[in-house]
Design a binder for this molecule. Structure first.
Ligand SMILES: Cc1cc2nc3c(=O)[nH]c(=O)nc-3n(C[C@H](O)[C@H](O)[C@H](O)COP(=O)(O)O)c2cc1C
Length: 196
């Protein structure tokens, strides 16, 4: 049977509808990105775990690998907070920490691990990495949750409505940034196989 990419897309797309803002700090530099890969990773209610998948192309990937800590934030969809949510999404997801500091544009406070907590987020869990799976172009991190807080509450922002509210220029910039990221991912996946 051949691989039906349309069927694969029907199964896999939209499984994780909540964009999350991931932050970390490494060697005194704070950074973060936006991700749609976040999930829960523990069946033990008193010992929660969170999982994220970060692309090696992104600076946050190397920083989480080095520091072993991250904060995963949900964003708010409530009227009073949604502008702050979009600001977080645009700031962390629109450019790379390779090109300079992004976090100082957002309101933060250090969490228990020292990683920055975004004060305008809906809620967050802070985690220490307990396991990492290297999958060529990205790493899947699983972290023990060491702190958690609901900062604003209400409805959590979903990616569908969020895209509808983002400015066209920002989306164009995001799509342009995505091209080299995808090229890097393909090189790491298929380049590695070709060399075997
Ligand atoms: C909606 C959305 C979802 C994203 N999902 C991921 C993801 O799951 N993993 C990832 O590594 N990058 C993801 N990105 C891309 C990063 O947020 C983006 O490349 C960021 O600029 C990387 O910043 P950094 O180099 O400072 O880490 C996503 C971006 C957006 C806007």
């Amino acid at each position: 049977m051949t691989l039906d990419l349309e069927a694969a897309d029907r199964v896999l797309s939209g499984l994780r509808p909540f964009p999350v803002a991931i932050t970390t700090v490494d060697g005194g530099f704070a950074n973060g990105l936006v991700s749609l890969s976040a999930g829960a990773a523990s069946i033990i209610p008193e010992a929660p775990r969170a999982t994220i998948s970060l692309t090696k192309y992104n600076r946050t990937h190397d920083m989480v690998l080095d520091s072993g800590i991250f904060v995963m934030h949900l964003l708010s969809a409530e009227d009073a907070q949604v502008d702050s949510s979009l600001e977080i999404l645009k700031t962390l997801g629109g450019s790379s920490g390779r090109d300079g500091d992004k976090l100082s544009r957002l309101r933060t406070e250090p969490g228990v691990t020292g990683a920055p907590v975004l004060l305008d987020a809906h809620s967050y869990v802070e985690a220490r990495v307990t396991g990492t799976l290297d999958v060529q172009e990205s790493s899947i991190f699983v972290g023990d949750v060491v702190a958690a807080e609901v900062l604003h509450g209400g409805e959590r922002l979903r990616i569908g409505p969020a895209w509808g509210k983002l400015p066209e220029e920002w989306i164009a910039q995001y799509e342009a940034n995505h091209v080299p990221q995808l090229e890097s991912a393909r090189a790491l996946r298929f380049g590695a196989q070709a060399r075997r």
